[in-house]
Design a protein around this ligand. Structure first.
Ligand code: URA
Length: 240
């Protein structure tokens, strides 16, 4: 990989800015200052220091966002706020995208990555990756609601995989656990029961809980344990 590309991929700099900084003597490879932007480096093997700090090269980035209401789960939108706007330029530049979609009014955990294979696999209904949502609804859930979810509900002409409904004692709130992600799935399941979702928040994905210290709109990278959990759930080999 070219030195200017490695630096611009890892820092909030354009390729041109990275090249200019390299020419100005701000980069070193294995302890020696290098002034050629096109110098080849072996990411992960060569040690690169830029402006006095080591460059840590990662093949992929995995992050968790506390999605706020009002944002679309997209990397771009002409008229609506979109989740990628909440990330700084060096992450946007990497091509981060959301792993699946939450509705515009749904809040909570959205995993963002630039690892297409893992995202694709984590979303496949065949892998049964669990997603837990907390909800509030308009009317108290009837006693037969749990069984209707567990049996695999039919919504429109689609048959859902068995899901777990765990109402709170008030039966106006609780959690739903899904292993798939059909369009507006939970809202449509509640409508099928003659009910209506009032609020919906994703609490966990693949067993990774939303970090309670993240306010809506905040994000952080996944820890190495969380990344491992995601890759295992998706059946992706660990990247070197
Ligand atoms: N089900 C829905 O209806 N909406 C979401 O955002 C997620 C699951």
């Amino acid at each position: 990989m070219r030195l200017d590309k490695l630096i611009s991929d890892s820092a909030a700099l354009t390729r041109k800015e990275a090249a200019a900084s390299i020419r100005a003597g701000q980069a070193a490879i294995n302890g020696t200052t290098v002034r050629e932007p096109d110098r080849k480096v072996e990411p992960g093997t060569d040690s690169v220091v830029f402006r006095g700090a080591p460059i840590v090269w990662r093949r992929f980035v995995y992050a968790m966002l506390h999605k706020p209401a009002g944002y679309v789960s997209a990397t771009d939108d002409r008229s609506l706020p979109y989740v990628l706007e909440l990330f700084p330029p060096e992450y946007r530049k990497r091509g981060l995208f959301p792993v699946g979609r939450l509705d515009r009014d749904t809040t909570g955990l959205l995993i963002m990555t630039d690892d297409g294979q893992t995202a694709h696999r984590a979303l496949s209904p065949r892998r049964h990756v669990t997603k837990v949502y907390s909800f509030t609804c308009l009317s108290p859930l009837p006693p037969e609601a749990e069984k209707a979810f567990a049996d695999g509900m039919t919504i429109g002409d689609e048959v859902c995989l068995p899901a777990i409904l765990t109402p709170a004692p008030d039966r106006l709130s609780g959690t739903v656990t899904l292993t798939e992600g059909k369009y507006h799935q939970i809202k449509r399941m509640f409508e099928r029961l003659g009910n209506k979702i009032v609020s919906l928040k994703r609490e966990s994905f693949a067993g990774i809980p939303l970090d309670p210290s993240l306010a809506p709109g905040e994000w952080r990278e996944l820890t190495s344990e969380e990344t491992e959990t995601l890759l295992t759930a998706a059946g992706t080999d660990k990247p070197e």
